[in-house]
Design a protein around this ligand. Structure first.
Ligand SMILES: [Zn+2]
Length: 458
């Protein structure tokens, strides 16, 4: 009996030992298989191509984690191409933010070179770059900011002949120019090529921003009644069918401009572009609006709803007269449409003297003549000629002139001075011809022929 039990115990022990040996073998095999699997998956991961470059995750990380951008938005930015027309106060900040955000291709159009008077607002240009092409200066900056993108230079001014081929390769256009003729040309070209346009402008302490031709539809296209697709957005001509009168157009050269004001508008253009591209919203319904910015207002931003496309619009309606052939063939004269600013010719030759002539002939001080400077008070305080008195153009009628026999009028460039002298005569200040009233040709700008040290404020 005892022997039988002993045998059973022995057999069971042997079986357990055998199972344990087998178990140990299986554990070893499992560990080996797991190790192999880990190596393989690591190799697989190494071989896997991430949708963005490794460095891009780091570079764009802070915007990638925003739900408004995310991986898909970043990929759309990478694939996108944006054309910036005008590399000045608007174009510079817009370009910097688009390059920073990773817009794959950025094109720059500008025929100008960097001038010292640009530097207070055109933030990509620097003092050592004065005289350099603005396009090259901007690309130079953007490359150092983000060398992973493609930058395309267009170093000549935009013309009706160059607009179509220049715009064609791009998805989106930013109008960063400062003259009405180019604004119409840019908008017309965008309509012809079905491209959305982010348009901005800034002057003195105010700015405007619009997203135009969005969604982009061919001229005159009407969505089918049962279609979900929204109609095309208005173009620049829909909003401004007629240009402002030429005389009322002040460029930055004449009107002042505050750097941060134009900077705000350029940054908003970049933001609008990034939202449009990253959000993949190119075809969505959009309520067109005009954003107005006023630096001096209590509430600096306000938005005005814009109407839909104008039924008779010359560019985007079914009756459009702006066609590819008309544009490329040069039959659309944008400068004439906007009215060329004619030089002022209000005085005759006997009523005008040159700066050198005045300097040579009129002793200072002289009881017989007075020099009236008709610039604004703020400009007069910047710099003025010795002995001159300041009567701003708008105050001529309300200010008594000193009783002198000769009145010389001077302004910055010699335009307002002619109008002021004529106005004085109309007011009877010429005393029936007994008193000579005339101006200094070329204004204070010409005075630098006499005194090279006289300040030039742009
Ligand atoms: Zn239109």
């Amino acid at each position: 009996m005892t022997t039988t039990i002993d045998t059973t115990i022995h057999t069971l022990r042997e079986e357990i030992a055998s199972c344990e040996t087998r178990l140990a073998e299986l554990r070893t095999q499992l560990a080996a298989a797991e190790a192999r699997s880990q190596t393989e998956s690591r190799n697989e991961q190494k071989a896997r191509k991430w949708p963005l470059e490794k460095d891009d995750y780091k570079r764009y990380g802070r915007q990638l984690i925003l739900p408004e951008i995310g991986l898909q938005g970043q990929l759309r930015l990478k694939k996108a191409s944006v054309l910036i027309v005008g590399v000045g106060g608007l174009g510079c900040p817009a370009a910097a933010y688009l390059a920073g955000a990773g817009v794959g291709t950025i094109g720059f159009v500008d025929g100008d070179t960097v001038d010292e008077s640009n530097l207070h607002r055109q933030i990509l240009h620097t003092t050592p770059k004065v005289g350099m092409s603005k396009v090259d200066s901007a690309i130079d900056y953007c490359k150092s900011l983000n060398p992973t993108l493609t930058y395309t230079p267009h170093r000549t001014p935009l013309t009706p002949q160059t607009a179509l081929p220049t715009f064609t390769p791009y998805d989106l256009v930013l109008d960063c120019t400062d003259n009405p003729a180019t604004r119409y040309l840019i908008s017309d070209t965008c309509v012809l090529l079905c491209k959305p346009l982010v348009s901005a402008s800034a002057l003195r302490t105010d700015g405007q921003l619009m997203l135009l031709n969005h969604p982009s539809r061919p001229a005159g296209s009407v969505p089918a009644r049962d279609s979900d697709s929204p109609p095309g957005g208005p173009c620049y001509r829909c909003v401004f069918p007629r240009p402002p009168p030429a005389a009322s157009v002040v460029s930055c050269g004449e009107g002042g401009i505050l750097g941060p004001v134009v900077g705000v508008m350029g940054v908003l253009q970049a933001l609008e572009a990034i939202k449009l591209i990253a959000g993949g919203r190119r075809d969505r319904r959009y309520e067109p609006s005009l954003l107005l910015f006023s630096a001096t207002a209590d509430a600096p931003f306000r938005s005005v709803r814009l109407a839909a496309r104008r039924p008779g619009c010359a560019a985007c309606s079914a009756r459009a007269t702006v066609t590819r052939d008309a544009l490329a063939g040069g039959s659309l004269d944008y400068v004439r449409f906007c009215g060329a600013v004619e030089p002022v010719r209000a005085l005759g030759p006997g009523e005008r003297v040159g700066a050198r002539e005045y300097y040579a002939e009129e002793p200072d001080p002289d009881p017989d003549h007075v020099l009236v400077d008709v610039r604004d008070k703020v400009q007069f305080e910047l710099c003025s000629l010795a002995g001159s008195i300041n009567i701003p153009y708008s105050e001529i009628a309300a200010t008594a002139l000193p009783p002198r026999r000769r009145i010389y009028v001077v302004c910055r460039l010699g335009n307002d001075s002619q109008l002021a002298a004529r106005r004085m005569k109309e007011l009877g200040l010429g005393a029936g011809g007994k008193r000579w009233i005339g101006d200094i040709r070329g204004g204070l700008s010409a005075w630098r022929e006499v005194d090279g040290e006289f300040p030039d404020y742009g």
